[in-house]
Structure formats: structure tokens, C-alpha cells
Design a protein around this ligand. Structure first.
Ligand SMILES: [Fe+2]
Ligand SMILES: [Fe+2]
Length: 194
């Protein structure tokens, strides 16, 4: 499906601030793709679609998981919002005709990341955080500068912020976010030692 059509569908589907956020993610993902030598159209498609299941209620997300036979972890059962990546990926395949597995995986993993992400997964994870329409976040300009220089270092800064925020707000912390953080922190340490 072409980008223009996907944008129109998201405009109808999502609440306005979420739609604006999705446009921002599309734009930043496209820029990062150009900088890091990835296919800009694939990055744009993943960006515009990444939150395509974000308008669903917790109950709807859980019932979509049943319908698409998607596994729900204990943590996801407690915080069904975490499922909007998985369900969004199923929608991308089923409703929007996306067959590219790199796009699908980047939608699945955009919320918590995962160790050893692909280039597109990193691009979408980072674009989701740094897109210009988000409300101000700690160290955001520093993170933006880093994103255009070194994706792995930007990832670690974002994960640090996320974990700090979850700790301060006494919210549940998904083990995948911690695993991702530890993986990339270790990777940077090894890089620095060389
Ligand atoms: Fe999201
Ligand atoms: Fe998002």
C-alpha cells in the first residue's frame, strides 16, 4: 500500500495527537534511514504504521491477541498497552498488506526494544522517542544530537531515561526493556575498551 494511503488511513483511525506523533516518527525515521543507509520508504512505512493499534482499549488488545494467536506474557497481561506493538504488527500484515519482515519486526518491538535489534528496529525505536511533536523529555536535545551520530549510544540514553521514569513513577518495568538496556550498555563498554 502506498504511503499516502497509509497516512490517510492513520489520519482516520488515530486521535489527532497520535496521528501527528505518527507523522513525526515517519519523518524522523526517513531522515535516520537516509543517514544510516537504510531504505527510506520502508522506514517511512514502519514509522507511519508503528502505533496503528494504539487506539485500542486493553480489552480489545487482549482479544486481538487471541484472534491472531499471539502469546501474551505475564507482564503484558498486567499492562496490555505493551501489546500495541505486537497487535499493530498483526494489523500491518493483515489489514495493510505489509509483507516485509523487517517492517513487521520494527512495529512489534518499538515499545521495549530487544537485544540485538536490526537497523530498522533501532530507527523506529529511536524515532518514536525523538520525533519533534512529543512533549519535552529530559536530555532530549542531547539524545537527538546523538541519534544522528551514533544509534547505539542514543538507544542507551533513551533506555536510561525510560527506566528512570518507570522507577520514579513506581510503574511496572518490563524485563525486555531492562534486557535491551543491559545488552546495549555492555556493547558500548566493549566498544569503548577497544
Ligand atoms: Fe507505540
Ligand atoms: Fe509511538
Amino acid at each position: 500500500m502506498d504511503l499516502e494511503i497509509l497516512r490517510d488511513i492513520m489520519k482516520q483511525l488515530l486521535k489527532q495527537p497520535r496521528y501527528i506523533h505518527s507523522l513525526g516518527v515517519e519523518e524522523v525515521a526517513c531522515d535516520l534511514a537516509v543517514i544510516y543507509g537504510y531504505d527510506a520508504e520502508k522506514a517511512s512505512i514502519a514509522g507511519i504504521l508503528h502505533d496503528c493499534a494504539r487506539n485500542l482499549s486493553d480489552a480489545e488488545l487482549l482479544s486481538c491477541c487471541e484472534q491472531y494467536h499471539l502469546q501474551v506474557t505475564e507482564m503484558e497481561a498486567k499492562c496490555p498497552f505493551l501489546l500495541h506493538g505486537k497487535v499493530g504488527a498483526a494489523f500491518a500484515k493483515d489489514l495493510y498488506g505489509i509483507t516485509d519482515t523487517e517492517i513487521i519486526n520494527s512495529i512489534t518491538n518499538h515499545t521495549c526494544g530487544r537485544p540485538n535489534m536490526s537497523l530498522l528496529e533501532k530507527i523506529i525505536f529511536i524515532a518514536d522517542y525523538i520525533e519533534p511533536y512529543r512533549k519535552p523529555l529530559p536530555r532530549i536535545d542531547e539524545i537527538r544530537r546523538m541519534a544522528y551520530n551514533d544509534l547505539d549510544r542514543a538507544l542507551v540514553m533513551i533506555l536510561e531515561n525510560t527506566l528512570n521514569y518507570l522507577e520514579q513513577s513506581k510503574a511496572e518495568i518490563d524485563t525486555m526493556t531492562v534486557d535491551t538496556y543491559e545488552y546495549y550498555k555492555k556493547l558500548l563498554r566493549t566498544e569503548d575498551e577497544q
